[in-house]
Design a protein around this ligand. Structure first.
Ligand code: ZN
Length: 78
């Protein structure tokens, strides 16, 4: 068996940097919403049922309303 990892490495850009830049910027934004209540800044839509959701839900509940989020979590466990 031939080991092709060396070749693949040349095409592989530094994995950490780009991702970290994005996520730290996003994290700054998300920090705002983690302290928000579920009924604050309700200007978003659940990506499943289109119900109005808060910024908190968008950022911390995978963009789902409480109902869909509960179902999603429940489904994953079963
Ligand atoms: Zn929903």
């Amino acid at each position: 068996m031939e080991n092709e990892i060396g070749e693949e490495d040349e095409n592989c850009w530094a994995p950490g940097e780009f991702v970290e830049t994005i996520s730290s910027a996003e994290l700054e934004q998300k920090k705002k919403s983690i302290h928000m209540g579920h009924d604050e800044d309700v200007n978003y839509n659940c990506r499943k049922c289109n119900k109005k959701i808060s910024l908190h839900n968008r950022d911390w509940h995978a963009g789902l309303c409480d109902d869909c989020f509960d179902k999603e979590v429940y489904d994953e466990k079963n």
